[in-house]
Design a protein around this ligand. Structure first.
Ligand SMILES: Nc1ncnc2c1ncn2[C@@H]1O[C@H](COP(=O)(O)OP(=O)(O)OP(=O)(O)O)[C@@H](O)[C@H]1O
Ligand SMILES: [Mg+2]
Length: 320
C-alpha cells in the first residue's frame, strides 16, 4: 500500500499534485472526498479531480472489497476511548469507537457536555490508559465550553492542567454555515495535531434555530446530511472518534417515568447517521443513566454513571 501522504504515486502534473497536497494532508483524505468537493477546494477541473480521487482510492487499496474476516481483524485492533466509567464503557463495547459517530442525547443537565469534556481529557491518555494518544477538536455551538471545568477534570492526571488544555482545539461555531465550514476544513488541523476525537456539542442547536418549521425541513435535512457525511468521512479517513450531542424532544417529565414520549431532535433522516446512539437521563443526585438505543452491534443496555467534581465516574463523590 502507498505511503499515506506520497502524492507522487498519483502521477499527475506537478501543478495539480501541489494543489491537492495543499488541501489534503493524506491520500486517504483525498480518496474519501467526493470529486465535486475536490474541484471546489483545489480549483482544478472536474476530470483531474475524478482521476485524482480514483487513483488515490486505488493506491490505498480502497477500490476492492475486503472480507468480513479482514474487517473483523481491523476492528479488533482498534483501540476504544474510555469514558472514565467502566459501566458505560462496558455497554459501549469497550468505550467510544474510532471510525464511527457516537451520539449522546438527553435533556438539560443530563451530562452530555460533562461527558464531552471528560473525553477531551481521556483522548490524550495512552492507549494502555484507555486513551488514543491524541488531541481533541471541540466544536462548541452553544458557547458552553469551560476551560476551568476541563482543568478540574485534568487534575487527577496532572499537577499542570494546562498541558491537557493545550491539546484541546476549541472552535466556537456561530451558525450552521460556520459549523459546516469548521468540519470541512479540518483535515489539516487533524493531521498536523494528531486529532483523534471530534466533539460537536451540540449538533442540533443551530440547525433547529436556522431551519424552523416544516417548510424548512427538506433544506435542513439536506444540509445536515452533508455535514454528517463530512464527519463520517473524517472519522474513517483519520481513524478518529466523532461524538455529537443532541437535544431531546417531548415531555421532559416522562424522563422520570420512562422515555416513551421522548426522542432525540433532528428527525429520522439524521437518526440514521450516528453509528451508536445513547440516551441519557437523570437519576438521583449525581447519578445519570445511559441507555444504548440504536446501534448495529451493541445491545440495548443501561449503565449508571456519576458526574463528580473530578469528572465522570462509576460511583458518587465520596462526600455525597
Ligand atoms: N464542577 C462540577 N462538579 C460537579 N458537577 C458538576 C460540575 N460542573 C457541572 N456539574 C454537573 O453537571 C451537570 C450538567 O451537565 P452538562 O453540562 O453535561 O449538561 P448537558 O446535558 O450538556 O445539558 P444542556 O442540554 O443544558 O447542555 C449539572 O448537574 C451539574 O451539577
Ligand atoms: Mg451541554
Amino acid at each position: 500500500m502507498a505511503e499515506k501522504n506520497d502524492f507522487t504515486g498519483l502521477k499527475l502534473s506537478e501543478e495539480v499534485t501541489n494543489r491537492l497536497k495543499e488541501e489534503f494532508p493524506t491520500l486517504i483524505a483525498l480518496a474519501t472526498t467526493p470529486p465535486d468537493e475536490v474541484v471546489r477546494r483545489c480549483e482544478i477541473n472536474r476530470r483531474s479531480a475524478e482521476t485524482a480521487v480514483l487513483k488515490a482510492r486505488k493506491l490505498i487499496g480502497m477500490s476492492e472489497p475486503i472480507t468480513a474476516a479482514e474487517l473483523l481483524q481491523q476492528r479488533l485492533i482498534k483501540p476504544h476511548l474510555t469514558t472514565s466509567s467502566q459501566q458505560l464503557d462496558e455497554i459501549l463495547g469497550g468505550g467510544i469507537h474510532v471510525g464511527a459517530l457516537t451520539e449522546f442525547s438527553g435533556s438539560f443537565s443530563t451530562g452530555k457536555t460533562q461527558l464531552a469534556f471528560q473525553l477531551c481529557i481521556n483522548v490524550q491518555l495512552s492507549v494502555e490508559e484507555g486513551g488514543l494518544d491524541g488531541t481533541a477538536l471541540f466544536i462548541d455551538t452553544e458557547n458552553t465550553f469551560s476551560p476551568a471545568r476541563v482543568a478540574e477534570m485534568a487534575y487527577p492526571f496532572t499537577k499542570d492542567p494546562s498541558l491537557f488544555l493545550k491539546k484541546i482545539f476549541v472552535s466556537r461555531a456561530y451558525n450552521t454555515d460556520h459549523q459546516i465550514q469548521i468540519v470541512s476544513k479540518a483535515d489539516k488541523l487533524i493531521e498536523k495535531n494528531e486529532v483523534r476525537l471530534i466533539i460537536v456539542d451540540s449538533m442540533a442547536s443551530h440547525f433547529r434555530a436556522e431551519f424552523p418549521g416544516k417548510d424548512n425541513l427538506p433544506r435542513r435535512q439536506q444540509t445536515l446530511m452533508s455535514h454528517a457525511e463530512d464527519l463520517q468521512r473524517l472519522s474513517e479517513a483519520f481513524e478518529l472518534a466523532v461524538v455529537t450531542t443532541n437535544q431531546i424532544l417531548g415531555n421532559p417529565d416522562s424522563l422520570f417515568t420512562g422515555e416513551s414520549n421522548l426522542s432525540p431532535a433532528l428527525g429520522f433522516a439524521w437518526g440514521h447517521r450516528p453509528t451508536h446512539r445513547i440516551l441519557l437521563r437523570k437519576s438521583r443526585g449525581t447519578a445519570r443513566i445511559a441507555r444504548i438505543f440504536d446501534s448495529p452491534e451493541l445491545a440495548e443496555r443501561e449503565a449508571v454513571f456519576h458526574i463528580t467534581s473530578q469528572g465522570i465516574r462509576d460511583g458518587p463523590p465520596l462526600d455525597y
